[in-house]
Write a protein that binds this ligand. Structure first.
Ligand code: PBG
Length: 327
């Protein structure tokens, strides 16, 4: 047989396969989301997300040490307050759950990078991501509260803020507020293309934000749309986003790729709670090889163009990088 091209040549030796991998994953690019709950002495299993827990600020340092020990460098916090009200006041209270958590985390485990989720849905009695007007969320009334939330998180020590509310114009408003408060060097990671996804289901139980009526379709994006994501990305870049995020990840690899191709800033992808729950459920039933699927799906998100990955599997992925299974 006269074959000049034999792609299998590069697959024959494991060392050569490792040598020519096109996608490399660094532990430094992983971001681990953690839920923190107001109270004391809490370590609560999250039923919908086996393996994930809700911590109170006093028990949290243990989880942080564990993540740091696995080589994860960045943490994103979601807060679960005791009291909710119409205007989500615990989101921007200087002594709110996220703010207190930031203070403790920075003091106890200062080597990690802490990112605050900026949104109102965990803090409002109606469960929506902003101030309610009629059947919808009032965009412009919500903006100043998001800005206040971001500033209060940074005052408490956040190294970066990540607005996930999907209100129009929020990146610009938050940027100005941070600058005016003197935080000119604090980056904003924008949930730029965030879809109204059913994959957030387990998170809403985990974060206690599953109490809302209706849906989030008046602010999160319709998943039929691709070009609209690029519009959102362009707007957020214009308004000063430092990092752009696409969310969810697995059903949105095309959006990640296109965002990466046109974005001058780093691109993050959020592999959300439903993606996690599906893999855990199938793994627990022995239907798939859980670790292998974690490795393959995470790699596919990077291959699509993500440079940062927000994932509940951050510790497992870090361990697999150490083992040489991925990256
Ligand atoms: C909103 C927010 C959500 C998630 C992150 N931030 C839920 C929503 O928009 O309803 C979902 C993350 C996940 O599913 O893992 N603050």
């Amino acid at each position: 047989m006269e074959l000049t091209k034999r792609p299998r040549r590069l697959r024959m030796d494991g060392r050569v396969r490792d040598m020519i991998r096109e996608t490399r994953i660094s532990k430094k690019s992983l971001i681990y989301p953690i839920f923190v709950e107001e109270g004391e002495n809490i370590i609560r299993e999250i039923a919908e997300m086996p393996g994930q827990k809700r911590y109170s600020p006093d028990t949290l340092p243990y989880a942080l040490e564990e993540a740091a020990g696995a080589g994860v460098q960045s943490i994103m916090f979601f807060g679960v307050p005791k009291h909710k009200d119409e205007c989500g006041s615990q989101a921007y209270d200087p002594h709110g759950i996220i703010q207190e958590t930031m203070r403790i985390a920075k003091k106890e485990v200062p080597e990690l990078l802490y990112i605050g989720d900026v949104c109102m849905c965990e803090y409002t009695s109606h469960g929506h991501c902003g101030i309610i007007k009629g059947d919808s969320v009032d965009n412009d009334k919500t903006l100043p509260l998001l800005a206040k939330t971001a500033v209060s998180q940074v005052e408490a020590g956040a190294d970066m803020v990540a607005p996930s509310d999907m209100m129009d114009g929020r990146i610009g408003v938050i940027r100005r507020a941070l600058d005016e408060a003197g935080y000119i060097d604090t980056p904003i990671m924008s949930y730029a293309a965030k879809y109204a996804s059913a994959f957030y289901g387990p998170f809403r139980n985990a974060a206690g934000s599953d109490n809302f009526k209706g849906n989030r379709k008046t602010y999160q994006m319709d998943w039929h749309n691709r070009r609209e994501a690029l519009k959102e990305v362009d707007m957020d870049l214009e308004e000063g986003a430092d990092i752009i995020m696409v969310k969810p990840a697995l059903s949105y690899l095309d959006i990640i790729r296109e965002t990466r191709d046109r974005s001058p800033v780093p691109v993050a992808a959020y592999s959300v709670s439903g993606e996690y729950a599906m893999i855990k459920a199938a793994g627990a039933r022995g239907l798939i090889d859980e670790k292998a699927v974690i490795a393959e799906t995470a790699t596919s998100i990077y291959r699509a163009g993500a440079e940062l990955l927000i994932t509940y599997f951050a510790k497992e992925i870090a361990e697999m990088i150490d083992e040489g299974r991925i990256g």
